[in-house]
Design a protein. Structure first.
Length: 352
């Protein structure tokens, strides 16, 4: 608190990101980073672009990157918006599309940045409870509202809606914006990008941080029909004209064009996820069915806080949310097979 602060700053409850601690030989499974590196072509593109041209501003509209994303998803470049991480894309989305007289709806257990943006932009919101199995039920959103946002797969549960369920949600809300945050979609869920042509109220948000291993470069994007993208551009150009630097633009373009690397890495993550799910179940965990690069699981007898602390002592870091309904759960990122074996070995030690 300081007398120099504006009123809004004192009242903010900022998002708390997963830790990036300095612990020797840490097995870091707490922030859903991808254990495999970015496409070698992306690294090469960065090296080639790192020269005296950095004195020049980057392309403010990142046209070549947007064209590459458009080609990959079968849309046009003017239906693609890019930003400094999908967190920035989401922030602009909240300001541009989700503030209305009627409340914004999102799940009670979901990405904890949503309430933070609501507070920052003074957006009225209501949460909709997940069902007893931590699933989102589209019918529960049948209430008077101004907009809807939900992650698919949801975080931190990992559970996904089918494309039919997303369509059901869109059909029930044709006159309000519906935003699907697909940060984890590449690990096994169905993307709603194919529905963009049929629904003028749908915005799909994705990121390069998870399935494309570029969390350190900060790049995310949204796909939607022109009026929605136009709204995002208006906010962006009232905020920062150059959110993506020169190196990011070439790296992300090379990454999205390297389909083989993408397929290989996500297949490895999915294989390890299935292995880890079986191993956790054998240790007495209840594991939610995950379509993401993490699993959300609860032990039959030992609490989440205790397991989190025991793992930390053994230099294995996972995420624990001390919140209603989920305090007994751990969210464990899918690392390499070796990292997940270390996690299971540490859990065995704690549980015996
Ligand atoms: C990780 C994550 C994001 C943000 O990703 P960026 O790194 O900012 O691109 C957005 N939504 C959800 C649900 C996430 O888990």
């Amino acid at each position: 608190m300081s007398k120099f602060w504006s009123d809004i700053v004192a009242d903010l409850h900022p998002y708390v990101a997963g830790e990036q601690p300095r612990i020797a030989n840490l097995t870091k499974l707490n922030t859903n980073e991808n254990p495999y590196g970015p496409s070698p072509k992306a690294l090469e593109a960065i090296k080639t672009a790192a020269d005296e041209r950095l004195r020049l501003y980057p392309d403010p509209v990142a046209l070549e990157l947007r064209e590459a994303i458009a080609a990959r998803y079968g849309v046009t470049a003017d239906e693609v918006f890019v930003g400094n991480g999908s967190d920035e894309v989401l922030a602009h989305t909240f300001a541009a599309l989700l503030k209305h007289e009627k409340p914004l709806l999102y799940p009670d257990i979901s990405y904890s940045f949503y309430p933070v943006y609501c507070q920052l932009y003074d957006i009225a919101a209501e949460t909709v409870p997940l069902d007893a199995d931590f699933a989102i039920r589209p019918a529960d959103y049948d209430r008077d509202c101004g907009a809807i946002i939900l992650p698919n797969p949801n975080a931190p549960t990992g559970r996904a809606l089918t494309l039919d369920e997303i369509r059901e949600l869109l059909n029930a809300h044709r006159d309000i914006p519906v935003v699907i945050d697909e940060a984890y979609v590449d690990f096994g869920a169905e993307s709603a990008v194919t529905l963009v042509k049929d629904y003028d109220n749908l915005l799909v948000v994705q990121t390069f941080s998870k399935s494309r291993s570029l969390a350190g470069m900060r790049v995310g994007f949204a796909i939607g029909q022109r009026p929605l993208i136009d709204a995002l551009e208006r906010v962006k150009d009232s905020f920062n004209s150059y959110p993506l630097d020169r190196l990011v633009q070439v790296a992300a373009k090379a990454s999205i064009e390297d389909e083989a690397w993408f397929e290989e890495c996500r297949a490895k993550v999915i294989t390890t996820r299935d292995w880890l799910t079986d191993a956790l179940e054998a240790l007495g965990f209840d594991v939610l069915p995950s379509k993401a690069n993490f699993v959300f699981a609860k032990h039959e007898t030992v609490g989440g806080g205790e397991l989190y602390a025991g793992l930390r002592e053994r230099a294995v870091l996972v995420r624990h949310f001390n919140k209603p309904r989920i305090a007994d759960y751990l969210r464990m990122t899918i690392g390499t097979q070796g990292e997940c074996e270390k996690l299971v070995a540490a859990l065995k030690e704690i549980l015996t």
